[in-house]
Design a binder for this molecule. Structure first.
Ligand SMILES: *[C@@H]1O[C@H](CO)[C@@H](O)[C@H](O)[C@H]1NC(C)=O
Ligand SMILES: *[C@@H]1O[C@H](CO)[C@@H](O)[C@H](O)[C@H]1NC(C)=O
Ligand SMILES: *[C@@H]1O[C@H](CO)[C@@H](O)[C@H](O)[C@H]1NC(C)=O
Ligand SMILES: *[C@@H]1O[C@H](CO)[C@@H](O)[C@H](O)[C@H]1NC(C)=O
Ligand SMILES: *[C@@H]1O[C@H](CO)[C@@H](O)[C@H](O)[C@H]1NC(C)=O
Length: 122
C-alpha cells in the first residue's frame, strides 16, 4: 500500500511540472522569420493560463555575436493573456542573423519564461 501511494505521488509530481513554472507563467513565443528595421510587427505567443490572472512579462530582443549578448527592450509589462503585441522594430539595432526574443520577469531579466529560436533582422 505504501508502495502504491508513493508511486502515485511520483506520477502526480511529474504531471504537474509542465503545467506551472516556478512563477506560474507559461509563455510560448512564436519565432519570427525575418524582421526589417522600422517595420511593424505582430509578435504572437501562446500562454497556458489566463485570462487576466496569468501575469505580465517584458519582451526583449537579444543579439548574440562576437561582442557578447546585447538586449533591447521591445515592450514592458505585457499581459501574458494578450497573446499578441504590435510594435515597430527599432531602427537602431544592428543587422544580424542571430537574434532571439525573450519573455522575461519584469524585474529580473535572468528569469526567462521563454526564448524563441534564432532569426534575422535586415
Ligand atoms: C520576478 O522576479 C522577482 C525577483 O526575483 C520575484 O520576486 C518575482 O516573484 C518574480 N515574478 C514572477 C511573476 O515570477
Ligand atoms: C510551443 O509552440 C510550438 C509551436 O506551436 C510547439 O511546437 C512547442 O511544442 C510549444 N512549446 C511548449 C513548451 O509548449
Ligand atoms: C498586425 O495586425 C493588424 C491588426 O490585426 C493588421 O492590420 C496588420 O496587417 C498586421 N500586421 C502584420 C505585419 O501582420
Ligand atoms: C548565436 O546565438 C547563440 C545564442 O542564442 C550563441 O550560442 C551563438 O554562439 C551565437 N552565434 C554567433 C555566431 O555569435
Ligand atoms: C554585436 O552586436 C552589438 C549590439 O547588438 C553591436 O554593437 C556590435 O557591433 C556587434 N559586433 C559585431 C562584431 O558584429
Amino acid at each position: 500500500m505504501a508502495f502504491l501511494r508513493s508511486a502515485f505521488m511520483l506520477a502526480a509530481t511529474i504531471l504537474a511540472i509542465p503545467l506551472a513554472s516556478a512563477s506560474g507563467m507559461t509563455v510560448n513565443l512564436t519565432t519570427p522569420t525575418v524582421w526589417m528595421r522600422g517595420t511593424n510587427v505582430n509578435e504572437t505567443w501562446s500562454s497556458g493560463v489566463g485570462p487576466y490572472n496569468s501575469g505580465s512579462f517584458n519582451l526583449l530582443l537579444v543579439n548574440t555575436n562576437d561582442t557578447g549578448v546585447t538586449q533591447y527592450t521591445l515592450a514592458t509589462n505585457v499581459p501574458a493573456y494578450y497573446d499578441i503585441i504590435h510594435f515597430t522594430v527599432p531602427t537602431d539595432v544592428p543587422v544580424s542573423s542571430n537574434y532571439t526574443l525573450q519573455a522575461v520577469n519584469l524585474t529580473n531579466y535572468g528569469d526567462i519564461y521563454d526564448q524563441s529560436g534564432t532569426f534575422s533582422i535586415d
